[in-house]
Every structure is written in C-alpha cells, then in structure tokens.
Design a protein around this ligand. Structure first.
Ligand SMILES: NC(=O)c1ccc[n+]([C@@H]2O[C@H](COP(=O)([O-])OP(=O)(O)OC[C@H]3O[C@@H](n4cnc5c(N)ncnc54)[C@H](OP(=O)(O)O)[C@@H]3O)[C@@H](O)[C@H]2O)c1
Ligand SMILES: [Zn+2]
Ligand SMILES: [Zn+2]
Length: 352
C-alpha cells in the first residue's frame, strides 16, 4: 500500500477537507494513474450528503469523484496497451466480475458484482473505494479508457460520467436526424446531452428553469429553448417529442414533460433526486408513452463515446477550479450555478 493525497467528507454535514488515504500497490492487471483532472458530478454531492441513503447509504470518510483523467505512472506485468506516461481515463466503475450475462453483453454497470469508483466495497483493501478527488488511483486495466489525442484534458474529464450518461440513452432510444429531442435541465449532464443530440442530428429543445442560460443553450446546440416555469411555452410543445432526457437533480413535475411526448414517445430519467417523483397514470396511458431510466453506460460504449467526441471535437464546457474551492462549487451546484461542469485541477493538491 502507499499513501495518496485526497479530499474527503467525514459525515453528511461536514465539508470536504484534506486527508491521506491508502491505495493498493498495482497487481499484475492494475494501472496506477496520477490524476490530473476530476470533474464534479452532482452524484458526488448526493453521496457526500447521504441523500441516497435509502438505496445506497454513504460510508464515511467519503472520497468522491468519478470523472478522472490522468497519466499512467505504473503498470502491472499483465497490462497490455498502457505504459507509464500514457494519458488514461476512469469513469464510474473500477471493476466487475466480467463473467455474468450483463458483463458479457457489455453492461458492466448492471453487473451484480460491479465495483463503483467510490462508496462501494473495496475487494482489495476492505472498506469502501475512494474516488478521484485524489492525486492517484489504481484501477484494473479493463476499466481504464483511452482519450483521443485532440481533446483538452480538463474538459474531457466530465465525459467519463456526464458524457456517457447522456450518450448511452440517446443511442439506445435512437436519437438521430429528424427526431425531436428534449433535454431537461442545463447542468453538467444536460449540456452534454444537448451537444450529443445536436451532433446526432436531432432537433433539440432545452427546458431550463434558468432564463439566463438561454443564450448558452443555443450556443451549445439547442434549436429552441423553453423556460419550463412558463406554462404557455410548455403547452406549445404538447404531444410533439420523440424523446426527452430528464437530467434534473431535484424535485420537479415529470408529468409536465411526459405530456409533451408524442405517441410511443419516451422520457428517460438520468437524474436521481433524493425523493420519489409522482407519475400520473394518464401521462403514460394517453399515447402509449413510456418512462424509463438509464445508468451511465458500459465500458465498450464509454470508449465509443470518447472516440465519437474525438471525431466531433466534443468536450464539456468546464470551469477549472483548485480542489480548495470544492465546497464552494457544491453550493453553486445547488443553486444551478454551473457553466457547465466544474473540473478540479489536481495540481492544486500538491500544496496540501
Ligand atoms: N443516471 C446516471 O447514470 C447518472 C449519472 C450522473 C448523474 N446522475 C444524476 O443526474 C442528476 C444531474 O446531475 P448533474 O451533475 O448534471 O447536476 P447539475 O450539474 O447540478 O445539473 C442539474 C440541473 O438540473 C436543473 N435543476 C436543478 N434543480 C432543479 C429544480 N428544483 N427544478 C428543476 N430543475 C432543476 C438545473 O438546470 P436549469 O438551471 O437548466 O434548470 C441544474 O443545472 C443528479 O441527480 C445526478 O445524481 C445520474
Ligand atoms: Zn456522475
Ligand atoms: Zn458481471
């Protein structure tokens, strides 16, 4: 084992502060990565504050972070394809059994033995896994991804969660030219959703509670922007969408969006608010509409997404911050004040 620098939360109401954590020595299949950038996902905030206690209680201390880009420092003897000095990326998962039907189908995220990057039982060291708010991480080679060389690294980190989480359902629900697609919430996930829907050729409508984001939404690729608190604006789109991706992190009325779907249209939930969202039966039975969810994406699809981003020159719009500003960034996330993802420059951890 060796010591790594990190930021952790001691309990659900404490701020994140500097700490040292143990990482395992790389085994033969492991890759050790010096973390250069880590994005801040709203899931980090939900977890740090134990807002998902009912489904996935937080074990403290908690080191979040699952949008990781870094440089390989050491590799195990059985590692093929990565060598010290290479750029590498890690997302929301660091391990799975590799043998179950879900793994074999490329859906490691649904494996019953998946190990998420943080707050999951650590098979090697006991306790729970510690994520990317750290200067170093050790990950099985099967879960290490390649970054196209033309992409900016700070802006690439958020692709590892916000990117794949929005790309995967758009591919699954066949977002393409000629489809009318809605993206609800213009935060980290939402702004990636807009970029992907636009790149896939759809007619993109952004729903936002923040009128001040209208200009940005157009710049990111939206064809239309609806301020969702305006009932008349919403009504103009009734029954017209093929697909809507809901990325909202807090309570909101999903029936208002289900009613905008056309016959057989689908609304997929990406957002994972703390409390249940009530659904009106009539929102679904009228027009045979469907409501579904989506969780990140498998490893092969994550690499496909990164390659797609390389080809289309897509990255996140980031505000790069030192790790000392992480608690402030969380407060801004809660105010929907993010343009449109915080990316932590891990060089800032060196001075701690
Ligand atoms: N399914 C998955 O695999 C997966 C992966 C990652 C994250 N998530 C979840 O997805 C959600 C979004 O994550 P994120 O990182 O994109 O968060 P984020 O950057 O904070 O963005 C969330 C956006 O939702 C909108 N919003 C916030 N509060 C709202 C409210 N009360 N009513 C209506 N709209 C509101 C805001 O957009 P406007 O200002 O435009 O209204 C805000 O910018 C979180 O719950 C997160 O845990 C799920
Ligand atoms: Zn995330
Ligand atoms: Zn499996």
């Amino acid at each position: 084992m060796y010591n790594a620098k990190a930021y952790s939360a001691a309990n659900a109401s404490s701020p994140l502060t500097f700490t040292k954590i143990s990482r395992r020595e790389p085994t033969e299949n492991d890759i050790e990565i010096e973390i250069l950038y880590c994005g801040i996902c709203h899931s980090d905030l939900h977890t740090v504050r134990n807002e998902w206690e009912a489904n996935n209680p937080t074990v403290y201390p908690c080191v979040p972070g699952h949008e990781i880009v870094g440089r390989v420092t050491r590799v195990g003897s059985a590692v093929a394809g990565f060598k010290p000095g290479d750029i590498a990326a890690v997302g929301c998962m660091v391990d799975s059994d590799g043998t179950c039907p879900e793994c074999e189908a490329g859906y490691e995220q649904f494996c019953s033995n998946v190990t998420f990057t943080y707050n999951a039982p650590d098979k090697h060291l006991g306790g729970v896994t510690y994520g990317g708010y750290s200067d170093s991480i050790v990950v099985d080679q099967r879960f290490v991804l390649r970054v196209p060389s033309n992409l900016d690294l700070a802006a690439t980190a958020p692709l590892l969660c916000a990117g794949i989480t929005t790309y995967s359902p758009m591919r699954h629900w066949k977002v393409t030219t000629g489809k009318k697609v809605g993206v609800v919430g213009l935060g980290g996930l939402g702004h990636m959703g807009v970029k992907f829907a636009h790149a896939l050729g759809a007619h993109v409508v952004v729903f936002t509670t923040s009128p001040g984001k209208t200009e940005d939404a157009h710049r990111l690729g939206a064809d239309e922007v609806v301020v969702s608190r305006n009932a008349n604006e919403m009504q103009r789109h009734a029954g017209s969408f093929d697909f809507i991706l809901d990325t909202v992190s807090a309570q909101h009325d999903i029936n208002a969006y289900l009613n905008l779907l056309r016959r057989d249209g689908n609304l997929t939930l990406n957002g994972a608010p703390e409390k249940p969202l009530p659904v009106e039966a009539f929102s679904l039975i009228m027009g045979r509409r469907s409501l579904s969810g989506s969780l990140i994406g498998g490893i092969a699809e994550t690499q496909e997404m990164l390659n797609f981003c390389g080809q289309h020159n897509i990255t996140a719009d980031v505000e790069v911050i030192p790790i000392q500003k992480v608690n402030e960034a969380y407060e801004r996330l809660l105010r929907s004040d993010v343009k449109y993802r915080f990316s932590i420059d891990m060089a800032s951890l060196k001075s701690e």
